[in-house]
Design a binder for this molecule. Sequence first.
Ligand code: A3P
Length: 260
Amino acid sequence: MSFPKSGTTWTQEMAWLLNNNLDFEKSKEDLVSRYLFLEFEAILYSNLDATFDEYVANAQKPRYIKCHLPVFMLPDELWTIKPKIIYTVRNPKDVIVSFYHHYRHLQGYSGTLHDFINAFVNDKVSYSPMNEHVLEYWKLSKKYENILFLFYEDRIRNLEQEVKKVAKFLEKEYSQEEIEEVCEHLTFDSMQKNSSCNNENLTKMLKEKHEYETKDEKFNFIREGKVGSYKKEMNEEEIKRVEEYMNFPDFKEFGFEYKF
Ligand code: A3P
């Protein structure tokens, strides 16, 4: 679970491997086929052959589900049946830049970054508003043990520590050597070269679906993978606008802060 562009794919690969006894061979299967993307058909085709309930019920167990929906759209059973949920958050400035490139390459967006920032801070991009999205999961993670709340920036700074956190959450034990092997598999370079993680089939399919200006440009889903990429692309005024957006009054009350 996540707001888009927060490191979802990274989390997916990590959780899948740790929960599948580090089956590197099977992990070569496309990540898209190893996870059910709950709302994918609804966002892509604006319809569903089955309802979400049927869609999930028909999936093979154990079910690995990717989802960007806000808490209020999720079924109540999550808090009674308590499946394990990993939520990843990333600072909105980098999310915006990452989402902007995603929109340009995969959704045919032809506006400028400036326009995109405007849309973002006015809660007009998909899955908005981000602050509320994050805060609702944060609050639940304090209340329910079946939610692990992670920061993209922590993972960039200390991947091993974060992998160990996820292994513990999934109740899996691995040797130090195995953990290091997982970390190596999860580095930016390794994931970018890995076609199943770099979403190459998905990118190809979306590029073929639409006619737009970036259609023929190469796009890596695992694009830059840095903390602070926004500094290269946003001007001071734009940064200030996003910072104002991030200054969400309710965060203080619940002790939440974005990381950098
Ligand atoms: P950038 O566009 O800033 O590079 P999501 O999977 O939620 O769509 O998030 C995609 C973002 O996570 C991209 O950010 C991508 O590069 C980054 N990412 C994915 N795997 C990564 C890794 N192994 N190391 C660092 N960043 C990674």
